[in-house]
Design a protein around this ligand. Structure first.
Ligand code: HEM
Length: 420
């Protein structure tokens, strides 16, 4: 484990500055910085501006605080130079994508969007996908059995959530690669920091293409409804006083993929990495797959999204501090999940940890992950199939390469080979 060497302000500034020469050490291992923040300044106003909240109870409180808004759409759209008005789907409207996301809306708009989509994500709706998820995992695994070496992230962990969400949305599988590319661009749009004009131009054209595709798909589902999420949302035209607009349906499809794919694929690959790094636990799990549900919770605890931005819509008292209206607040889930006041020996990966499931990796409050049952099902299926139906794996490269992102804890690649 590397150690944080700068002052708190220096390290936080480096962490928030993409491209900083010293950022690599914090991307590789942000946990010493999270520990220092939690110990020395649990509610901390950083020099660049955002407040960092790092203790478990404070992170929980900040996720539930009605005075903290998740509405990031205005800031995002300013960045992309958006148009105003509520015109029909167009290039300008594509730039206003984030306004259609429940994730970035406050009540009452949030509640309306969430209610319309909720039906597809109830436990009984998700349970129906269990056999299909296993079928896909086995299909993905089959060709890998003959390969000497492969990227587990790209060939397996990424493909299962992608294929499931395509099927749930009602999207043909031959467009899955496009969906993955659009989602990746949108994920990168949400990273803090300055972006190049080239990136913005590429992001805009990617969003326009994505919107055009989904607009067409929505029109098709209106003509021929199916057993899919777009058709469920279209049903709201009959059931709701204020039904989802086409723009909201398109935005919701994109949100589902963005929220569901990268999060899940990286938990599957990070989880495999932690298991390979802990051979005793890896073997224990392979010998007794009933340990899997708790192992998944420990994987989620150990490798959450780092932080989820909010901003104060009024002055909010937080312990000894008052967070003024307009300030950005970062509840650091990655720090809460390793709070020693809550989890014993928190930096230790332990698939038998009794309270692993208490993690905050799915958030809390009104934005609590809508896809929580699907995420658990996908992670469970992917890791069960991999550990039940295939030989042991080993890492090709012992040094994991983490992606240079602030919000996520994600590997760039995960080259592996079959052991023995
Ligand atoms: C292991 C995988 C996943 C993780 C770690 C995860 C994590 C999260 C977190 C932390 C939030 C709350 C964000 C906030 O409060 O700012 C969230 C919200 C959300 N997630 Fe997930 N998620 C995962 C998988 C999924 C899947 C598979 C889907 C659906 C396909 C999904 C759909 C959503 C949606 C729609 C929201 C917004 C809910 C709202 O605003 O009310 N997630 N997720």
């Amino acid at each position: 484990m590397t150690t944080a060497t700068g002052s708190l302000d220096e390290d936080v500034t480096i962490w928030l500055t993409p491209g900083h020469a010293d950022r690599g050490r914090l991307i590789e291992d942000p946990y010493p910085l999270f520990d220092r923040l939690r110990d020395e300044a649990p509610v901390y106003k950083s020099q660049p501006g955002p407040w960092f909240v790092t203790r478990f109870p404070d992170v929980l409180q900040s996720l539930r605080e009605p005075g903290f808004s998740r509405d990031a759409s205005r800031a995002m759209n300013r960045h992309l130079g958006s148009a105003s008005g509520d015109e029909p789907l167009s290039e300008d409207a594509a730039e206003r994508l984030f306004e259609t996301w429940m994730l970035y809306r406050d009540p009452p708009a949030h509640e309306r969007l969430r209610r319309m989509m909720n039906k597809a994500f109830l436990p009984k709706s998700i349970e129906r996908w269990s056999a299909r998820a296993e079928e896909i995992a086995l299909e993905l695994l089959a060709p890998l059995r003959d390969e000497a070496e492969f990227d587990l992230l790209d060939r397996y962990a990424a493909q299962l959530p992608l294929r499931i969400i395509c099927e749930m949305i009602g999207m043909p599988s031959d467009r899955a690669a496009d969906l993955a590319a659009w989602s990746h661009t949108i994920v990168m749009l949400q990273e803090p920091g300055e972006r190049t004009p080239e990136f913005d131009a590429q992001a805009k054209s990617s969003l326009v293409e994505c919107f055009a595709y989904f607009r067409e798909l929505v029109a098709e589902k209106r003509r021929h409804p199916g057993d899919d999420i777009i058709s469920i949302l279209l049903e709201s035209e009959h059931a709701e006083a204020n039904p989802a607009t086409d723009r909201e349906i398109v935005g919701s499809c994109i949100l589902l993929n963005v929220a569901g794919q990268e999060t899940t694929m990286h938990r599957i690959s990070n989880g495999t990495l932690y298991l390979l790094d802990n051979p005793d636990q890896y073997r224990a799990l392979r010998n007794d797959l009933s340990l899997m549900p708790n192992a998944i919770e420990e994987i989620l605890r150990y490798s959450s999204v780092n932080a989820l931005p909010r901003y104060a819509t009024r002055d909010v008292r937080f312990g000894d501090h008052v967070i003024p209206e307009g300030d950005i607040v970062l509840p650091v889930l990655g720090a809460a999940n390793r709070d020693p006041g809550y989890f014993d020996d928190p930096h230790n990966f332990d698939i038998r940890r009794p309270n692993a499931r208490d993690h905050l990796t799915f958030g809390n409050g009104i934005h609590y992950c809508l896809g929580v049952h699907l995420a658990r099902l996908e992670a469970n299926t992917a890791l069960t199939v991999l550990n039940r139906d295939a030989p042991e794996l080993e890492l090709v490269d012992d040094t994991p390469r983490w992606r240079d992102t602030f919000t996520a804890r994600s590997l760039q690649r995960m080259p592996v080979r079959w052991a023995g």
